[in-house]
Write a protein that binds this ligand. Sequence first.
Ligand SMILES: Nc1ncnc2c1ncn2[C@@H]1O[C@H](COP(=O)(O)OP(=O)(O)OP(=O)(O)O)[C@@H](O)[C@H]1O
Length: 252
Amino acid sequence: MKKIISGEHIVKTFGEGAERRRVLDGVTVDINEGEFVAVMGPSGSGKSTLLFALSGTDNVDGGKVVFDGKDLSELGEKELADMRRRQMGFVFQQPTLLRNLNILDNIVLPSMRDNRKNAAQITKKARMLMARTGIAELEKRDITQVSGGQLQRAGICRALMNSPKIIFGDEPTGALNSKSGQEIMDLLTEINADGTAVMLVTHDAQVAARTERIVFMRDGQIVSELKLPRLGGADLDGRVEAVTEKMREIGI
Ligand SMILES: Nc1ncnc2c1ncn2[C@@H]1O[C@H](COP(=O)(O)OP(=O)(O)OP(=O)(O)O)[C@@H](O)[C@H]1O
């Protein structure tokens, strides 16, 4: 299996003087191409910080992150920004879409900024993704005129515009009701089945149970891992049970 990300002994500190804290305390973790990984752990254990470190959103204070063979600390600001834009997609709890643009314009905006000449192709791709994610009829709607689940689908379309190698999701279902949350997970599972790696931070055992590897954090360190077979449709309940059992075991 080829690694897409390799994090080696990552250290991240916040604060100064007596307040200084190691939020990531020597984390070593790899993500393979096409893998589906969840990160779980108590609040404040460093899950989001790890996601930001692995995606080059934040720099690290020790150790290194290698993405697609490149040490992120050796890239210039522009190179890093290009790599993030071209190869990574981001889905957050609340998609950061602009209020004065409709759904379609929000989805195409980052790609248009990148490459205005291909406007027709970009719009075609956005429409294809919107059809695939079930929001084709909403393209002219303002972002205040759609549901939370539909908004998250739009966020996923935007994240997929550049056909990234990996989608990073920080609690992508956290703001949704359980039905919409499940639909979003169905979508991410499909995207992963097509070969895109997915790394999710989640508190939800139902979400984590759909992935194939769960990394458990505590106090800035990885304390355990759970591997599951790739989800083949059946026995989600058994998987959720395995995740909750593990959470109990390590006291989350
Ligand atoms: N920019 C920052 N400045 C100072 N402290 C920070 C910063 N970002 C995160 N922290 C601190 O680092 C610790 C880990 O934060 P992080 O958001 O990674 O935790 P988490 O496991 O994702 O938590 P949650 O599940 O609550 O989202 C927390 O104590 C947090 O307050």
